[in-house]
Write a protein that binds this ligand. Structure first.
Ligand code: AMP
Length: 606
C-alpha cells in the first residue's frame, strides 16, 4: 500500500524538506534524515527492540531476566542505569580474552580508547564490526547538509589535519585504539569511493602515518601546494587546527625550501608518505616566495585566508571545552565561519548539526534516532539535593525544550543504559527529533584538547607535589587552576599560595623545587594528559604561579562582594572569569614551568 505524501508532489528533482539538495545522492541522504527525525520515537522503539533481540542471550541481559522481552517498559523496569565503573569487571574480562557473549552477541572486534579516563587510564569501549557502518552512515550525512548552505564544494578540496594515534593490544589480543584511528585505518575510509564533495588535500598515506611530526609536515605541505583549491580548512577539534597553524609558524622556512626545490625534507622518512608527496611536489619558486612573503614578517592575523584565499569556512568543533579557542581561531582565520558538524564519542556516534553555518554559541546537534537507544536523565540540582527517589529517565522524543539532561545510551555493542557523562540542553526540535546544545562534560575541571582533568585528579596532583615541599617546611594553603590557551599549545596553570614555617626552620623553596613540583603534578595526571604532553606535544609544560600571601582571602572577598555566602564559600578549583584571573595574575610573585615531560607509554597496565 502506498501512502500519498502530498508534500512530495510539487517538489522539483533533488528538492527536499531540508532544502534543495546538491545532487541526487545528497537528496537521498537528506530524505533519510527527514525519515529518521519525523519518526524519531518509532525508530527508537525499533532500535531498542533490535538491540534487545540481538543481545537477548548475552550474559548481561540474562542477568536481568528480561526473558526475551524487547519492549521499553520491561527494559526500563529491569535494566539499571550504569556508569563505566559498574561495567569494569565485564570489560576487563573481555579485554583479558573471554570471548563469550558477555555484553554483545556479536564478537567484540576491538576496544575504542576514550579520552574519558577511569583510574587514570583511558576507558575501554567495546565495539563490534557493524558499528563502523553506523559511523560511516553518520559521516555520509554531513556533506549533504553542508551542501545546502555552501555551494560549489565539489569545485575544490578540503585541507583537513587528520591523525592516527598509537594503538596497543589487550592481553586477550584485541586492538585498543582511539575511535578515529580505528576509522581512518578501516576499509571504509581507506577505500572510500571518489566523492567530488569530499576531496582532501592530504594523501591517505599522510593521514595514516603514525609519526605525528611526519604526518603533520606532509599534510601541511600538501595543503600549501594545493592552496588555491582549498575551499575549507579543518581538523576534528579546534585545538588540532591551532596546532597545525603553530606548526606552520615553526616550519614555514622548511616548507618554502621544499617547494622551491621540489624535494621533500629528509625529516620525512616514511616511504609511503614520501611516495604520496612526490606525486604532487614539483619545484615552484613562485609559491615558495609567496610563502616566505606571507610568513617572514611574523604577522599571523588572518593567515588562513591569506594562504588559502578560497576558504569558505573552518570545519572544527568549537562547542564544549573547545569554545575557549574561538577568539584565537577568529584571529588566525580573519573571522571565517566555524562549523561544528557532528557530535560523537567512542561509545557511539550521536548526531549532527543541521544548521552548520550558525554561530558557535547557537550550535545544536540533532541526535539521529537510528544510532542507538537514547534516554535522558533530567539534571535538576534542587531535586538532587533533596533525598527523594532519583528522577526517571526520559525518552528521546519526550525531552522538554529548555531542560538540561545527562545523556544515557544503549548501544548495539552492548552498553545498556550507560551514562556518557555529557550534559545537554534541549533547544528545540527538528520534526519529532530534539536538538541539543552541548553544555558540558560532567566533572571536568581542566581541558586543553582531549584531556579531561577532574577535581579529584587535580587535588591528588597537588597533594603529590606538596610532598616535595615538606623538607622546606612549606605547605600549599590554597590553590586554584586555569587552562591557559592564549598561546599554542595551551597549558595548565596552577595558582599556589604558600605558607613557609620560617619560625620552625622552614625556608622558601627555590626554583628547582618548584619546577620539580610542576613535573610531579604532571606525573600524577591521567594518561590522556601525559600522552598529550609526552607523545603529542599538544599540551605545554604545566606552570605553577605562586601568589603572594592573602590572595585567596582577596578572592573570597571578591566572591562575597558579588553575593557568595560566607558560610558556604570554598575557593574555586578552577577559574575562568577574567576579572578573577586578572586578580590572581596581579598577585603572582614567581612562576615556574615543568622542566621535562612526564612519563607516558602506549602500553597500559591492564
Ligand atoms: P571520546 O570518548 O574521547 O571519543 O570523547 C567523546 C566526548 O567528546 C563526548 O562525550 C563529548 O564530551 C565530547 N564531544 C564530542 N563531540 C563534541 C561536540 N561536537 N561538541 C562538544 N563536545 C563534544
Amino acid at each position: 500500500m502506498t501512502i500519498v505524501d502530498t508534500s512530495m508532489e510539487v517538489r522539483p528533482a533533488n528538492s527536499t524538506k531540508l532544502g534543495p539538495a546538491a545532487c541526487e545522492e545528497d537528496a537521498e541522504k537528506l530524505e533519510f534524515i527527514e525519515e529518521m527525525t519525523v519518526n524519531a520515537d518509532k525508530v527508537q522503539e525499533k532500535v531498542l527492540a533490535e538491540i534487545l533481540r540481538q543481545n537477548a542471550e548475552t550474559e548481561y541481559l540474562q542477568r536481568y531476566k528480561l526473558g526475551g522481552a524487547t519492549d521499553r517498559r520491561t527494559f526500563k523496569s529491569k535494566i539499571p542505569m550504569v556508569t563505566y565503573e559498574d561495567l569494569r569487571p565485564e570489560i576487563q574480562r573481555i579485554a583479558n580474552g573471554d570471548r563469550s557473549a558477555i555484553l554483545s552477541a556479536h564478537p567484540i572486534s576491538e576496544f575504542l580508547t576514550s579520552s574519558g579516563t577511569s583510574a587514570g587510564e583511558r576507558k575501554l569501549m567495546p565495539t563490534i564490526q557493524e558499528e563502523l557502518d553506523r559511523r560511516q552512515l553518520l559521516y555520509s550525512l554531513l556533506m549533504p547538509v553542508m551542501n545546502l548552505y555552501v555551494a560549489g564544494l565539489d569545485k575544490g578540496k578540503g585541507l583537513y589535519f587528520l591523525f592516527v594515534k598509537s594503538e596497543s593490544k589487550t592481553p586477550g589480543g584485541l586492538p585498543a585504539r582511539p575511535v578515529l584511528t580505528s576509522y581512518y585505518k578501516s576499509h571504509h575510509f581507506r577505500a572510500r569511493p571518489f566523492d567530488p564533495y569530499n576531496v582532501y588535500t592530504s594523501p591517505t598515506a599522510a593521514i595514516l602515518c603514525a609519526d605525528a611530526f611526519q604526518s603533520m609536515y606532509s599534510q601541511m605541505l600538501c595543503g600549501l601546494l594545493d592552496r588555491l583549491a582549498v575551499l575549507r580548512v579543518g581538523a576534528v577539534f579546534a585545538s588540532g587546527l591551532l596546532r597545525a597553524i603553530r606548526f606552520l609558524q615553526l616550519h614555514w622556512q622548511e616548507f618554502a625550501r621544499d617547494i622551491a626545490t621540489g624535494t621533500l625534507s629528509s625529516m620525512v622518512t616514511d616511504a609511503a608518505v614520501r611516495d604520496a608527496v612526490a606525486e604532487v611536489l614539483k619545484p615552484d619558486p613562485g609559491l615558495a616566495e609567496f610563502i616566505v612573503s606571507e610568513c617572514a614578517a611574523g604577522d599571523w592575523a588572518g593567515v588562513v585566508t591569506r594562504i588559502w584565499p578560497n576558504t569558505k569556512y573552518l570545519d572544527v568543533i568549537v562547542t564544549g571545552a573547545m569554545a575557549q579557542y574561538i577568539p584565537t581561531l577568529e584571529y588566525y582565520s580573519g573571522g571565517l565561519p566555524m562549523t561544528c558538524t557532528m557530535y560523537a564519542s567512542s561509545e557511539c556516534y550521536f548526531g549532527l548539526n543541521l544548521r552548520p553555518m550558525c554561530k558557535p554559541r547557537e550550535v545544536s546537534y540533532t541526535i539521529m534516532p537510528n544510532m542507538a537507544y537514547f534516554e535522558f536523565l533530567p539534571v535538576d540540582p534542587a531535586a538532587a539535593a533533596a533525598s527523594g527517589p532519583p528522577p526517571q529517565l526520559v525518552d528521546l522524543a519526550d525531552v522538554e525544550v529548555g531542560q538540561e539532561y545527562e545523556l544515557v545510551i544503549t548501544t548495539y555493542a552492548g552498553l545498556c543504559r550507560y551514562r556518557v557523562g555529557d550534559i545537554l540542553h534541549v533547544t528545540g526540535f527538528h520534526n519529532a527529533a530534539p536538538q541539543f546544545r552541548f553544555v558540558r562534560r560532567k566533572n571536568v575541571l581542566l581541558s586543553i584538547e582531549s584531556d579531561k582533568t577532574d577535581e579529584a585528579e587535580l587535588q591528588r596532583a597537588v597533594e603529590r607535589a606538596t610532598e616535595l615541599l615538606k623538607p622546606w617546611g612549606a605547605t600549599v594553603v590554597e590553590y586554584t587552576s586555569q587552562a591557559e590557551t592564549r598561546a599554542i599549545p595551551g597549558h595548565y596553570v596552577i595558582y599556589w599560595e604558600l605558607l613557609v614555617k620560617e619560625g620552625e626552620g622552614g625556608r622558601w623553596p627555590g626554583k628547582e623545587v618548584l619546577q620539580a613540583c610542576c613535573l610531579e603534578m604532571e606525573e600524577a595526571m591521567n594518561t590522556v594528559y601525559r600522552q598529550s604532553r609526552a607523545a603529542d606535544g599538544s599540551i605545554g609544560p604545566l606552570e605553577i604561579r605562586v601568589v603572594r600571601g592573602g590572595t585567596f582571602e582577596e578572592l573570597m572577598d571578591y566572591a562575597i562582594a558579588r553575593g557568595a555566602s560566607i558560610n558556604q564559600y570554598k575557593a574555586p578549583r578552577c577559574v575562568t572569569f577574567p576579572p578573577i584571573i586578572e586578580l590572581l595574575d596581579s598577585r603572582v610573585v614567581e612562576a615556574h614551568f615543568s622542566p621535562a615531560t612526564p612519563e607516558w607509554s602506549p602500553r597500559r597496565n591492564y
